[in-house]
Design a protein around this ligand. Structure first.
Ligand SMILES: NC(=O)N[C@@H](CC(=O)O)C(=O)O
Ligand SMILES: [Zn+2]
Ligand SMILES: [Zn+2]
Length: 458
């Protein structure tokens, strides 16, 4: 397939490129970058489609086609990378499966996603990891990497086969959904991760401190009459694991950071040379506990959205590089599990199809991040955290590199409509929100894997 992306604003953080130009893709790779490009003459491929992402949608193209995409007014970015996705496969495919989850990811502009291992069964050995690998190879239009668990069955008792998981392709180990309670076992896991050359993705939560809490512990919890989760539930484990990372030399990646204290600890740890990285979710940089107007399960997630001051600290952390990247923590659940009261419903919300517009609306439009910064925190920085460069190139939009590219129309205003999600999950607190920024085309390995054909809702 040949794709000529014409007149888009090329944003490539690794080379510092931010300019309007053309990009030619042939047989999976970028072959030319420059102004006034045309399809090379000797290859007699018929141009079958002139498509415009500024106006109408682009049609699906088959492999022998050559497609011109008019990307004027659009950003041409390295494909987004999401380090934190729950695909629920194996075991809970009524919530999501590898096919629907990866389609939703492509719709969100992601060309690589890392799946968390808290499935049924938990991914704690190479055989189970291979199930996801082979199913993804067959069904997913994008790259799916499967993270391995830290302990067998995420029971916190015995380490998983960490070396075997890494050999089979796990980009990281994680106990996401919980913390490893036993600090000595966590330290042992970090030593194994160092040997295997992979990071530890850390869900920081002291279950005893979190108790039966369902929202942040603050005056809004009192207003709502709901039990709260204190900051300390996150902070004591973040502190503990940063100290363990310093002792072991492990690369510790803190998942879904939610408190101001965590941001301060990460900043301090980085200044001391500890190998720590961190992610923030779109819901944590967008919402705070003031936004929860009633006992509504769509606002129940772990960790909870915290105070406005915490949110400001997260945004400042992302702006100054303390927090390395955005990750969605896409956590789909069935309607019956996100129903009734927060006291009884499941933790988690979907995120793949709302991440880009929330980032554009809340971070780029107010001038907190430049478009080039956005490409860094959604593409190249997460790729570096998980060292995905080993498998999928460095994410640079450069001649000779595999073409994983996302085209975004930043000024398109639309209304989030959960009925249009490609994910099986409908659990979003952003239903009906007016946002700006829309993914128009996602290209993975030089193939068009998603084009925006959704009905315009505003
Ligand atoms: N974030 C959530 O609220 N839920 C996640 C688990 C997790 O990421 O901790 C899930 O698996 O549903
Ligand atoms: Zn988690
Ligand atoms: Zn998670």
């Amino acid at each position: 397939m040949q794709i000529l992306i014409r007149g888009g604003r090329l944003l490539d953080p690794l080379s510092g490129t931010d300019k309007v130009t053309d990009v030619l893709i042939e047989d999976g790779c970028v072959t030319q970058i420059g102004d006034g490009l045309t399809f090379p003459a000797p290859k007699k491929k018929k141009i079958v489609k002139e498509a415009s992402v500024s106006g109408e949608t682009v049609d699906e193209a088959s492999t022998d086609m050559a497609v011109t995409i008019d990307a004027s007014g659009c950003w041409v970015m390295p494909g987004f990378v999401d380090l934190h996705v729950h695909l629920r496969d194996p075991g809970q495919t009524y919530k999501e499966d590898i096919g629907t989850g990866s389609q939703a990811a492509a719709c969100g502009g992601f060309t690589t996603i890392c799946a968390m291992p808290n499935t049924k069964p938990v991914i704690d050995n190479p055989d189970k990891l291979n199930y996801v690998r082979f199913k993804s190879a067959a069904l997913s239009p994008i790259h799916v990497m499967q993270i391995g668990s830290i302990t067998k069955g995420e029971k916190g008792e015995e380490l998983s086969d960490i070396a075997g998981l890494a050999d089979a392709g796990a980009p990281a180990i994680s106990e996401d959904g919980r913390s490893v309670e036993n600090a000595a076992l966590m330290k042992q896991a970090m030593r194994e991760a160092v040997k295997a050359g992979i990071p530890v993705f850390d869900h920081c939560e002291d279950k005893k401190l979190a108790g039966k809490g369902v929202v942040n512990e603050d005056e809004n919890a009192v207003r709502l009459g709901l039990p709260g989760i204190p900051d300390s539930a996150e902070d004591v484990i973040a502190a503990r694991d940063i100290l363990l990372a310093r002792e072991t030399g492990a690369h510790l990646h803190l998942c879904h950071v939610s408190t101001r204290e965590s941001v301060e600890m990460i900043r301090f740890a980085k200044s001391k040379g500890v190998h720590v990285t961190a992610e923030v979710t779109p819901h944590h940089f967008t919402l705070c506990s003031d936004d929860i107007l009633a006992d509504d399960p769509m606002f129940k997630m772990n960790p909870p959205v915290r105070t406005a001051a915490d949110r400001e600290a997260l945004i400042e952390g992302l702006r100054d590089g303390t927090i390395d990247c955005i990750a969605t923590d896409h956590a789909p659940h069935a309607v019956s599990e996100k129903f009734g009261s927060m006291l009884t419903s499941a933790f988690g919300i979907v995120g793949l199809e709302t991440a880009l517009p929330l980032a554009v609306t809340r971070l780029v439009e107010p001038g907190i991040l430049s478009p080039l910064d956005l490409a860094r925190v959604m593409s190249t920085a997460p790729a570096q955290v998980a060292d995905l460069t080993r498998q999928y190139g460095d994410g640079k939009i450069e001649v000779g590199n595999p073409a994983d590219i996302t085209i975004v129309r930043p000024d398109e205003e639309w209304t989030i409509d959960k009925k249009q999600f490609l994910s099986k999950g409908r659990n979003t607190p952003f239903e009906g929100w007016k946002v700006r920024g829309r993914v128009k085309v996602t290209i993975c390995d030089g193939e068009i894997v998603y084009t925006d054909k959704r009905r315009q809702t505003s």
